[in-house]
Ligand binder design. Sequence first.
Ligand SMILES: Nc1ncnc2c1ncn2[C@@H]1O[C@H](COP(=O)(O)OP(=O)(O)OP(=O)(O)O)[C@@H](O)[C@H]1O
Length: 316
Amino acid sequence: MMIQVNQLTRYYGDLCAVNGISLKIEKGEIVGLLGPNGAGKTTTLRMLTGFLRPTSGDITVNGLSIHNDMPAIKRLMGYLPEAAPVYDDMLVYDYLVYVADVRGIRREEQSDRISRVAGMCGLQPVMHQPVAELSKGFRQRVGLAHAMIHDPEILVLDEPTSGLDPNQIVEIRDIIRQAGKEKTIIFSTHILSEAEATCDRIVIIDKGRIVADQATGELIAEAGGDRALFLSLAGADPETAKVGLAGVKGVQDVQVQPSDPSDPSGVVRLKLVCAPDPDPRRVIYAHIRQTDWDLLEFYGETQGLEHIFRKLTTEA
Ligand SMILES: Nc1ncnc2c1ncn2[C@@H]1O[C@H](COP(=O)(O)OP(=O)(O)OP(=O)(O)O)[C@@H](O)[C@H]1O
């Protein structure tokens, strides 16, 4: 086991921001800390990285305690804080040299480390540009490179994609996934799809407490995650298709989507509401193969996570 959080608690005056959180994180896991604004995510991550002292409770990393061994723990960790650091007019390359100096990386190793993190974070095209002139997406990559400069075993990322556009989000997510192949990653987000796409495990916190802690797939399944499957068929009679597909085991409901009157192709679009188990996709496909319909589209969506998140984090 790698990280153990024990009854971690933090008060700000009278306000209990983190309330007795306990958590184990194994080596190599990608864990998403999910929760609404003010849930206590940032406070938790700041205690984990040694920037904030807990009111009570303990965290150990590879057996080292934050109370006694913080310098050693910091060497194992890279941290991307929530607010983008205030950068000056340094060039990206110089900034990374500076960061490597602060981390105590020897001069002869620096250029190696810098080119490695620049490669991982896709920074090559901007290495000789001033940090101040970069887009938000590239700044965030510089932040990630900063966090990874000393090749830490553990990466702690606070809302790594907040404020980015959809393309930038995908790029940052790819970097996180890639890094996750060799590192343990803990990141916070309030975006569900983010957690679903990237994490092995999701921990949901609300008002300073853990309200769910499970493997991503399990959590979605347990959410009663009805899955919607969407089909587009050419050459099918809507009523026949509806009745035929409604008979497949696991299909709970079939809705014929309204067709576009300006579309003369006669394509039938169906939405199938399905139970998570048994997975009906193979049987649906086998059913279609026995007809003379052309299958134009077949894709699925889960809405389970959003459902459970709302259920767990809004008051009844
Ligand atoms: N330095 C501080 N002093 C007083 N209260 C604070 C401080 N930092 C955070 N809080 C409060 O503690 C609670 C938890 O805040 P925290 O920033 O940890 O939540 P979060 O889940 O990270 O939310 P967000 O997504 O908005 O950053 C909030 O009610 C917040 O207002």
